[in-house]
Write a protein that binds this ligand. Sequence first.
Ligand code: AVI
Length: 322
Amino acid sequence: MQIKTREIDINIGEAIRLGFSKNPKSISSMFLYDAEGDRLFQKIMKMPEYYLTRCEEEIFRTQKEQILKEMRAFEEPFNLLEFGAGDGSKTKILLHYLLENGADFTYYPVDISRHSLSGLVHSLQQEIPALKVQPMNFEYFEAVREAANLNHRRNITLFLGSNMGNFTQEQAVVFYKKFARERKPGDLLFVGIDRRKNPHIISHAYDDPHGITAAFNLNLLQRMNRELGADFDMEAFRHYSFYEPVSGEVRSYLISLKNQQVYFEALEEQFFFKKDELIHTEISKKYSPEEIDRLAEEAGYKVLRHFTDERQYFLDSLWEIG
Ligand code: AVI
């Protein structure tokens, strides 16, 4: 099967130049997901501390009937898009149920990682051979444009796993407004959101004792060593993340442990890092249901229903263009 892909590759070198000219220096979390980053993220999702994946899985397992009924998935043909599809493990619960109950749809998984998309397509061909799949290797804003021109069918778009949390709240509003402009009447958005809760629970999920999240974050530097011929000394940087419960944001950084310079062969450029200087790598924002209602309204959507898990740690929210 052919993976629909962008014509111009996202230029990691340019992104680094731009990010390292800021204060604090930053690298977009989009670059966490090369093959090694995908592998480490799979390990994160299996950690006992990273409750998010299991909570969303529970919602799908226990409430799939109500979710798909609310989406009117059995009433007319539709496109099922999934932004940031990853390994599709939770989505497969819905896909099985849809096919078993005669829904007419094509599945369009969208992911920035070509590696995880081909893994997903392969596993879908093995596990659900009857499924119609058209993978798309795009980043979110590119995918919004692509999705708008698919066909005349209604689009149901999944944005699961708290992927939206990797935007700041302002970025999320901009993204959803843009998304709303490209939509057809009747299109739906189904968004997975990590809820505010006891800060200790959230902190542990992003600073685990196994060192897997640290390895995931540090892989950004190894990726630059591999792809841009940089000479980052992996012993000279350390992962740091903290949850700030008032803003609801987990912020992740890499700390430079000494004064040092790093040369990038591919950019023919050197960058300086002071001792204790930070590189900002990721934000993971948590929301209350009320904040979600307000955000959806501000971006031009009507919330149809929230679905939550037993412990009320996670929430999947179904939106319609307002
Ligand atoms: C992909 N994204 C929703 C994850 C999150 O929870 O922000 C990425 C992650 N970063 C550290 N742990 C997991």
